[in-house]
Design a protein around this ligand. Structure first.
Ligand code: F6P
Length: 324
């Protein structure tokens, strides 16, 4: 392998820049070339590449987003699109790929490898933490810190007005962000897709907390939760059944994806980039780099995509006990 292409694909996450930096510098360390591919698979199809050296990635370890930009490509789902991408890579003498992204990006990389026998390594970059084979995806830790920080602020105003807040957090169809940020911010209840405890239990818990003298409450709702009601419907439902509560809603949205990566994510990105490049140089392919028990590991891309990232059920119990 003489030249590695690196790209970010799918929803961006804090730490992607740090991972690009690590891939580029590891290439420089081993004296091979590195090219950045703009806008994920879209840019690959168009041949939108830039040669990167160790100095091109200075000053980005602390920056959120991804300077290579990101996209979700429809064209790459077609055979013609992938053929065009392959031609562009060959023209630029790129002979291996590091894809930083989530399961959709890895699926694209896997199909590409199967069709063209092109070496591909994955680095899990998504705030959702919904990838098997790693305890943490890049950006997840930063997002937790951002969410906890914002909920602390919401609590200030909630308690000043004796209000109940429903706070919706991201996570697509998993509850990692909701559960961990919920425990970290001391939420009263946490609604996640993995455990539908039912609306009756929510009312019961809110009744109890009023009785026990709590003046304000925060309920975290994962965007994928399965109660069948969105945050605004939940507000109406609670106001109807528990008129003693004054309820407000806060949907945190895309601010959860931005911001400077935490130290944890910067270190993780640096370690993952080194492992991804070294794996390619060792002749490996179709693997995702991950973190397990503080060790950098590799998992077949196929398993990472199809496997399920499980929430920590102990946290549900801890949360219940904390909201006594
Ligand atoms: O996968 C990351 C994520 O932020 C999810 O949490 C969310 O469901 C989705 O992306 C939002 O996607 P978009 O940025 O396309 O609105």
């Amino acid at each position: 392998i003489k030249k590695i292409g690196v790209m970010t694909s799918g929803g961006d996450s804090p730490g992607m820049n740090a991972a690009i930096r690590s891939v580029v510098r590891t290439c420089a360390f081993y004296k091979i070339e590195c090219a950045g591919i703009y806008r994920g698979y879209e840019g690959m199809i168009e041949g939108d590449f830039i040669d990167l050296n160790a100095r091109s990635v200075k000053g980005i370890i602390n920056k959120g987003g991804t300077f290579l930009k990101s996209a979700r490509s429809k064209a790459f789902r077609t055979k013609e699109g992938r053929q065009a991408a392959y031609n562009q890579l060959k023209k630029a003498n790129i002979d291996a790929l590091v894809v930083i992204g989530g399961d959709g990006s890895f699926t694209g990389g896997l199909v590409f490898n199967q069709e063209f026998n092109f070496p591909v390594m994955g680095i899990p970059g998504t705030i959702d933490n919904d990838i098997a084979g790693t305890s943490h995806t890049l950006g997840y830790d930063t997002t937790l810190n951002t969410v906890v920080d914002v909920i602390d602020k919401i609590r200030d105003t909630a308690s000043s007005h004796n209000r109940l807040f429903f706070v919706e957090v991201m996570g697509r169809d998993v509850g990692h962000i909701a559960l961990n940020a919920g425990v970290g911010a001391g939420a009263e209840e946490i609604l996640i897709p993995e455990e539908d405890l039912g609306l009756e239990r929510l009312l019961e818990s809110l009744r109890r907390s009023k009785e026990s003298g709590k003046s304000s409450s925060i309920v975290i709702v994962a965007e994928g939760d399965k109660t069948g009601k969105n945050v605004f419907e939940l507000k109406d439902y609670v106001e109807e059944h528990l008129p003693e509560y004054e309820v407000r809603v806060s949907v945190l949205g895309h601010m959860q994806r931005g911001g400077s990566p935490s130290c944890f994510d910067r270190v993780l990105a640096s370690r993952m980039g080194v492992k991804a490049v070294e794996s390619l140089l060792d002749g490996k392919s179709n693997l995702m780099v991950g973190l397990m028990n503080d060790k950098i590991t590799v998992t077949p891309l196929e398993r990472a995509i199809k496997g399920q990232s499980k929430i920590n059920k102990e946290l549900i119990r801890v949360s219940d006990i904390m909201s006594v």
